[in-house]
Design a protein around this ligand. Structure first.
Ligand code: BJW
Ligand code: ZN
Length: 247
């Protein structure tokens, strides 16, 4: 383990990690891979549900055409996620929160595993699988206790249908979430990009904003991404192993 740590983590990154006082971490599905959560694109497979690629079933168009099918897909995934636990990458990121003067965690994940590991104030760019939202009045409801076979429920406030409170393709991000994350990216001095293929926008713009504002940007991923060339360092490997090497 020591030899790996020496090879992977440069003296420059160690120095910056020791001295940083404003750190931002952007995570994607890869940070949860070691917990058993399937990624969307990693590993050369595209997630398919009943013959539909996830870009189709997780889309604004499908929600309009077939809300029950969308619920079925998210209920199925909620059932899978309920049994899963945070992994050492989530735990390392949760520890970092208390280590730096200022710390921001921005995630594209909807699985809630960062919060389960103890992270606070997480900016969830793509919502949460554990909430439902009214299609009309936007009232939200916790669905953690909902049985996985239950279908769409009616809003308690206005009786309109509820939908999963996640950001589907072609939908806007939650009001202010990107702006808040972008503001933090502009002022951070060290930015980690962990386990994302960095192809979905506007999330993938966060490290670009950090880099343009002068931050040192470090990618953690077993594969290269469209962002790799922009990064100051690319640490190739699994998040659960690499983040531990930093502390
Ligand atoms: C490991 C690992 C280990 C494995 N350790 N790493 C410009 C051009 C064309 C289109 C667009 C554009 N700008 C915006 C768009 C549209 C679209 C978009 O970006 N499309 C691109 C694909 C081209 N964006 C949107 O629609 C967004 N909304 C928007 O832009 O609103 C404005 C607007 C509205 C209307 C019209 C136009 C504009 C919303 C995007 C919402 C994304 N939603 C999803 C689904 C959520 C619900 C669900 O779960 O079903 O979010 S898509 C899916 O991708 C999910 C993820 O959060 C997101 C990102 O994926 P992520 O996290 O990067 O995962 P993977 O699987 O891609 O990658 C995993 C990585 O981990 C890999 O690199 C592995 O190597 C790595 N890995 N094991 C570390 N152990
Ligand atoms: Zn309502």
């Amino acid at each position: 383990m020591q030899a790996t740590a020496k090879q992977l983590i440069s003296d420059e990154l160690r120095r910056r990690f020791q001295k940083a006082n404003n750190v931002l971490v952007l995570t994607g599905a890869g940070v949860s891979a070691e917990s058993g959560v399937p990624t969307f694109r990693g590993g050369g497979h595209t997630a398919v549900w009943k013959g539909m690629p996830f870009e189709v079933i997780s889309s604004a168009g499908m929600l309009e055409r077939d809300l029950p099918a969308v619920w079925e897909w998210f209920n199925y995934r909620r059932g899978l996620l309920a049994a899963l636990q945070p992994n050492p990458a989530h735990e390392a990121i949760a520890r970092w929160q208390d280590r730096f003067d200022r710390f921001t965690l921005v995630t594209q994940n909807i699985d809630g595993l960062h919060q389960a590991a103890g992270s606070r104030g997480v900016i969830e760019l793509h919502g949460s699988i554990w909430r439902a939202r009214c299609v009309r009045c936007r009232e939200t409801e916790n669905v953690r206790e909902m049985k996985v076979n239950d279908g769409a429920q009616a809003c308690l406030a206005c009786a309109s249908p509820m939908r999963p409170d996640v950001v589907l393709f072609g939908e806007m991000l939650p009001l202010g979430a990107f702006e808040q994350a972008a503001g933090k990216a502009e002022s951070c001095d060290l930015c980690f990009v962990v386990g994302t293929s960095a192809v979905v926008y506007p999330a993938a713009a966060i490290p670009e904003i950090a880099r343009a504002a002068g931050a040192y940007v470090v990618e953690v991923n077993p594969e290269r991404t469209p962002l790799s060339d922009l990064c100051d360092e690319v640490l190739m490997g699994k998040a659960g192993e690499i983040l531990l090497l930093l502390g």
